[in-house]
Design a binder for this molecule. Structure first.
Ligand SMILES: *[C@@H]1O[C@H](CO)[C@@H](O)[C@H](O)[C@H]1NC(C)=O
Ligand SMILES: *[C@@H]1O[C@H](CO)[C@@H](O)[C@H](O)[C@H]1NC(C)=O
Ligand SMILES: *[C@@H]1O[C@H](CO)[C@@H](O)[C@H](O)[C@H]1NC(C)=O
Ligand SMILES: *[C@@H]1O[C@H](CO)[C@@H](O)[C@H](O)[C@H]1NC(C)=O
Length: 318
């Protein structure tokens, strides 16, 4: 997520099996691009996360203290810090928190602080997790390949086009492009089959990001990162000159004049990814797998998806 950009993890499909109804339910009344996004949260608060929350034995991973997403988040299920077993750590630098718990996966420590932060266990299956991520985000507004509007993004001096077949594409397409993780930008999806290689490639990408941007510890606070997810999604729309109306799934052309509209930058994208790096390269590698699996850079700076790309994720019809 974009927005939801998002995510990876073996339990991902399970998670989304209850998340999707919440997503579908909430979509009619709230989105970051709308000025009044808070109105939906009272509705979300009534929804229960379901039996998944009590099926697994608790271990050292973080977990929610009640069986619901915090309705005070600025987007559905996007910030559960205040009802989380490690919630106090959300408001500190993730660098400090991770240093205090050597060997602990950040997605375990902060498990379920948001819908895209779910610990999937120590053994990664990047191809499968990417497919789960793609399918989990597909509902409810997926229009079909190249059936959405063709948007033109102005991004760091580049002009990039992409069909927005689902609302989260605007964030995730630009995010993958900005990080250089699309097919056609040098990363071969075949390398996903070797998890340690994929994680080490992710680590290299993370190191390059930090060499470029030198993010300070104070900039890397989990709660800020969670709250910023939807802000980034809005900025990605802004870069295409549109505002997305989630109520009727229409695009309001021309976001100019909208006070909250700022075009997204490479630094914005790098920072979003870098928090995942600090939370563990298994997690940044999962993000990289998701972004690499779903899209490719085609001729003329168009971003293509799935069957338009050299590699399309296995076992699913796109
Ligand atoms: C993650 O948090 C959820 C929600 O509280 C919990 O049900 C699940 O058991 C946690 N996962 C792990 C691995 O502890
Ligand atoms: C990176 O930022 C830190 C402060 O967070 C500063 O002390 C350091 O000099 C910076 N390094 C570079 C190479 O800019
Ligand atoms: C921001 O994006 C809009 C819409 O694509 C574009 O018209 C504008 O030139 C961009 N601004 C900058 C400074 O790139
Ligand atoms: C979004 O769509 C709904 C339903 O068509 C409409 O009532 C509302 O005014 C739209 N919002 C904006 C900001 O145009």
């Amino acid at each position: 997520m974009p927005v939801r950009n998002l995510m990876q993890m073996a339990s991902f499909a399970t998670f989304f099996s209850f998340f999707i109804p919440m997503w579908a339910f909430a979509r009619s009344s709230g989105h970051a691009a709308d000025s009044d996004m808070c109105s939906s949260h009272a509705q979300i608060s009534m929804l229960q996360l379901g039996s998944v929350l009590t099926q697994q034995p608790q271990n050292q991973c973080g977990h929610l203290l009640i069986d619901a997403c915090d309705p005070r988040a600025n987007y559905r299920c996007s910030n559960n810090c205040r009802i989380h077993s490690h919630g106090a750590d959300c408001f500190r630098s993730v660098v400090d928190v991770m240093n205090e718990h050597p060997g602990t996966d950040g997605y375990c420590w902060f498990n379920a602080t948001a819908f895209w932060v779910i610990y999937a266990g120590p053994v990664p299956h990047f191809e499968d997790e990417a497919v789960s991520g793609i399918l989990g985000l597909r509902e409810p507004d997926y229009k079909g390949l190249n059936k959405g509007p063709l948007l033109t993004y102005y991004f760091e001096g580049q002009v990039i086009t992409s069909y927005m077949d689902s609302a989260h594409y605007s964030f995730d397409d630009l995010y993958g492009y900005a990080l250089g993780f699309l097919q056609g930008q040098g990363l071969d999806p075949a390398w996903m089959k070797d998890p340690s290689r994929w994680i080490s490639l992710s680590q290299q990408a993370c190191d390059r990001i930090q060499q470029s941007y030198n993010f300070s510890n104070e900039e890397l606070v989990l709660a800020d990162w969670l709250d910023h997810n939807q802000v980034l999604a809005s900025m990605a729309f802004c870069s295409a000159g549109v505002i997305y109306n989630i109520t009727d799934q229409s695009l309001l052309a021309s976001s100019r004049g909208s006070p909250s509209c700022r075009n997204i930058t490479r630094r914005d994208m790098a920072k979003h990814h870098y928090v995942k790096c600090v939370l563990g390269h298994r997690n940044s590698a999962g993000d990289m797998a998701y972004l690499n699996s779903r899209a490719c850079l085609l001729e003329g700076n168009r971003i293509g998806h799935f069957s338009e790309c050299p590699y399309s994720p296995p076992g699913v019809d796109f």
